[in-house]
Structures are given as structure tokens and as C-alpha cells.
Design a protein around this ligand. Structure first.
Ligand SMILES: *Cc1c(COP(=O)(O)O)cnc(C)c1O
Length: 424
């Protein structure tokens, strides 16, 4: 039996080695923020690094490209090097550029070469829509029909994917596989190592979308032999709305010419020769296109310093303790109220959020907001709750479950309209 007292939550907070980071974030008094898997909160360090970038502009003007503490000309590569430990990458394998979707276009355009029998892309039916739109358009750019050339592995239960089904679909017609690391609704963490090994055995290139695992889960992309990966930095990494994204390219692919080239794809030593013959950078930096978005990348610099300090393994350990604690409370406090836990229960199959399924999810989310809890709703019936290791306490989780319990026992949700907002 799990201990459901508030005293126990207080004890867990006292034992938490990461508890001090909470004070570094801008949290709204009285509000429990459980939506860090959609948009992470602002920290003082992220604010500082953004102000520092503005200060460089104020102080140096054009010379900010080469002067100051973090010259802008090397900013994307410097951030990439800082991020490398979060994904298990070696030197030069990560760069901070573009957005998830544009990076996906860049890397699929570069690595997808339909040839002979191998013309198909393998994905899944549960992934985020933007990824599917990008794959469909890349297939169309080759003059092919996505109905035929995009295979989407089916889910057996509508929530999770089975690795055996994915591997069974890796036929000799498949040129490239793209999968999410963590499914955005159910929070299932796929076995990236196993899937990558299976793809390599079959001479298929494999890429992952790490949007829902970066900063929440540790990765060993190079050791696992992943070919490429993309992710955003505004979810668990707290770098701000629309912040510049990241990409990974395994070093065995270094030296290729990017499919979508621009002058920032260049080897930096010769970029300002202004030659019309591109000499691409011999690392992941080659997949940049144009001038880096310094002001949208700058908050990541400060935010990342916390991840470097805290270490992804300690963050993951706390995240697992928190999601486990939340599930324990759901089972003991909310039983018989119609909730189903939709994420896998095993540690190694779960990302950073808990997926609660309820037929009244829309209205419950509205009631939670009015009770000072920021949840996240995904149509038609999913409530995502993400306790964030850097700024959520065990008492927050306890308080949130109590508020949710009151909403259910008092049927508060019945006061709301059963209709989702435009952004939900
Ligand atoms: C959040 C998310 C995106 C968003 O892509 P953007 O280009 O940043 O808008 C894409 N894919 C997945 C899996 C996501 O979770």
C-alpha cells in the first residue's frame, strides 16, 4: 500500500537532491504547472542568457558575430556541444538549428533515396501529425504517392506500439524508418536501441523524433547506432516558445552534402570566401541553412546549464519517482472515478508524463485550470500530466491529486462546456 499522506510528500521533497532548482524558475503563486511537456517554464538562467545576447547586440553591433562571451558565428555549434550529453552524441554530431519539422524535412530530404525496390518510409499511426505531413510531402517530392510509399505501423490498443510489429514491418521495400522516442499521447518510450539494431541489420536508415524525451530521458544515440534525430527545445528543455530546435547526425554520415543547402551549411573557415561552390561543414553543422536565430536560441544557453549541472541521469531518476508517485496516488485516491492510466507502467517503457484517460477529459481539464492546475488535454479523452524534475515538488503532485479528487467528488466538471479550445 502506498503512503498517501501529505507528510510523506514532504518527506520525499526533503530527500530530493534536485529540490533547490525550483527556486530558479518563475512559478505562479498558487498554480501547479503540469504542462512542461508542451511548454517548459522560464528560468532565471534562461532569462539571463537571453539578456546577455541582447547585450552583445547592444555592445558590439555587427561584431557580435565574433566578439563577446558567446560569439554568434559559433553559437549553434556551441549549444550543440552542450546538448550532446543529453542524447549520447560525440563531437560534432549535434547542432542547434531550425525547428523540429524543418529539421525533419532537411534530414529526410538528405537520407531518403527511394531506389529500385526500396522506396518506402516506415512510420507509425500514433505519431505527431507534423511528422507525418513532412514525410508525406518528402515522398511527393520524389513523384511518389504517400498512400503507397508511407507505411504506418498500427497500434494494437490505440495507445501504444509494439516493437515486434515495427520490426516485422521493416521489409526490403523500406528505405527509411522514422519513429518517435516517446509517444506524445500515451508517453510510451520505445526501445530505441533494439529498433535501431533491427534497422541496421536490414540496411535501413533510422531516425527518431525526440521531442517528448529530450531533457526527460537519457539517450545513447551514437552507441545505439541511430542514423539521425530531431527534437524541439521548448518542451522539457525550457528554452521558450518557438525556441530553436536540435538535430543529431551520426558521424558515419559526416561529409555528405545536405539536401537543403545554404551558406550556413558551409565549413566556417571558407564561408566568407563567398564561393558559389559550397564546401559543407564536416559535421552536423552542415545541416544548418541560413543565419542562426540567435535571440530564439539564447534562452537555451542558460537553461542547458542546469541540465549539465543536474545531470540527465539524476533528472530521469527523479522523473520516474514522480510519475510513479503520481500513478500511485491516482490508484489510491481516484479509484472508481473512471480514470484509466494510459501510459505503460514499467519504468523502461515510460517517458516523462502520465497519461490519464477519462471520457470527461475536456471538462475535467477546464475545472483543473480553474482550480490552479495547468494540465494538458489531447482530444478526445487524454489528460497529460507532466511533473518536471527541475521545478515540480512531490507536494505539488499531492496537492494536484487532491484538487482533482475534489473536482470529481463534487462533480465540478459538469459546470463546463464539453468543447476543447483552439489550442489544446
Ligand atoms: C512538439 C512536437 C513537434 C513540434 O514540431 P515543431 O516543428 O517544433 O512545431 C513535432 N513532433 C513531435 C513528436 C512533437 O512532440
Amino acid at each position: 500500500m502506498s503512503d498517501t499522506s501529505r507528510t510523506y510528500a514532504e518527506q520525499l521533497d526533503r530527500e530530493d537532491v534536485l529540490a533547490s532548482y525550483k527556486a530558479e524558475f518563475y512559478l505562479k503563486e498558487g498554480t501547479i504547472y503540469m504542462d512542461g511537456n508542451s511548454l517548459g517554464l522560464l528560468s532565471k538562467r534562461a532569462e539571463q542568457s537571453l539578456l546577455a545576447a541582447l547585450d552583445s547586440w547592444r555592445t558590439y553591433g555587427i561584431d557580435g558575430w565574433t566578439e563577446g562571451e558567446h560569439p554568434w558565428f559559433y553559437y549553434a555549434e556551441k549549444l550543440g556541444a552542450l546538448m550532446a550529453p543529453l542524447v549520447g552524441a560525440g563531437d560534432g554530431e549535434v547542432v542547434v538549428t531550425g525547428s523540429t519539422t524543418t529539421n525533419l524535412h532537411q534530414l529526410v530530404a538528405t537520407f531518403y533515396h527511394p531506389e529500385g525496390k526500396r522506396t518506402k518510409i516506415l512510420a507509425d499511426e500514433l505519431t505527431f501529425p507534423s511528422d507525418i505531413y513532412a514525410l508525406q510531402s518528402q515522398i511527393r517530392l520524389h513523384g511518389l504517392d504517400p498512400q503507397v510509399h508511407l507505411i504506418q505501423v498500427k497500434s494494437r490498443d490505440g495507445r501504444t506500439l509494439n516493437e515486434d510489429d515495427i520490426i516485422a514491418a521493416m521489409s526490403d521495400e523500406v528505405a527509411l524508418v522514422l519513429l518517435p522516442s516517446v509517444l506524445y499521447r500515451s508517453g510510451q518510450l520505445l526501445d530505441i536501441e533494439r529498433l535501431s539494431a533491427a534497422a541496421r541489420e536490414r540496411n535501413i536508415l533510422i531516425g527518431f523524433d525526440l521531442c517528448h524525451s529530450i531533457g526527460a530521458v537519457s539517450h545513447e544515440l551514437s552507441r545505439w547506432g541511430v542514423d539521425f534525430a530531431v527534437w524541439c527545445n521548448y518542451k522539457y528543455l525550457n528554452a521558450g516558445p518557438g525556441s530553436v530546435a536540435g538535430l543529431y547526425v551520426n558521424r558515419r554520415h559526416f561529409g555528405r552534402t545536405p539536401a537543403l543547402a545554404g551558406w550556413f551549411s558551409s565549413n566556417k573557415d571558407v564561408q566568407f570566401d563567398m564561393s558559389h561552390q559550397l564546401t559543407p561543414a564536416e559535421h552536423a553543422g552542415a545541416y544548418q541553412i541560413g543565419t542562426p536565430h540567435i535571440l530564439s536560441a539564447a534562452p537555451l544557453m542558460g537553461s542547458l546549464s542546469m541540465f549539465v549541472e543536474a545531470g540527465i541521469d539524476r533528472l530521469r531518476a527523479k522523473s520516474l519517482r514522480m510519475t510513479q508517485y503520481l500513478m500511485d496516488l491516482v490508484e489510491s485516491e481516484l479509484s472508481g472515478m473512471g480514470f484509466v492510466i494510459g501510459n505503460p507502467m514499467e519504468h523502461h517503457r515510460r517517458g516523462g508524463h502520465v497519461c490519464l484517460i477519462h471520457e470527461e477529459a475536456v471538462r475535467i481539464c477546464k475545472a483543473l485550470k480553474d482550480n490552479g492546475v495547468v494540465p494538458d488535454f489531447r482530444a478526445p479523452d487524454v489528460i497529460r500530466l507532466a511533473p518536471i524534475p527541475l521545478y515540480t515538488s512531490f507536494q505539488d503532485i499531492w496537492d494536484m491529486v487532491q484538487r482533482l479528487k475534489a473536482i470529481m467528488t463534487e462533480k465540478q466538471y459538469e459546470r463546463y462546456e464539453k468543447k476543447r479550445g483552439v489550442v489544446a
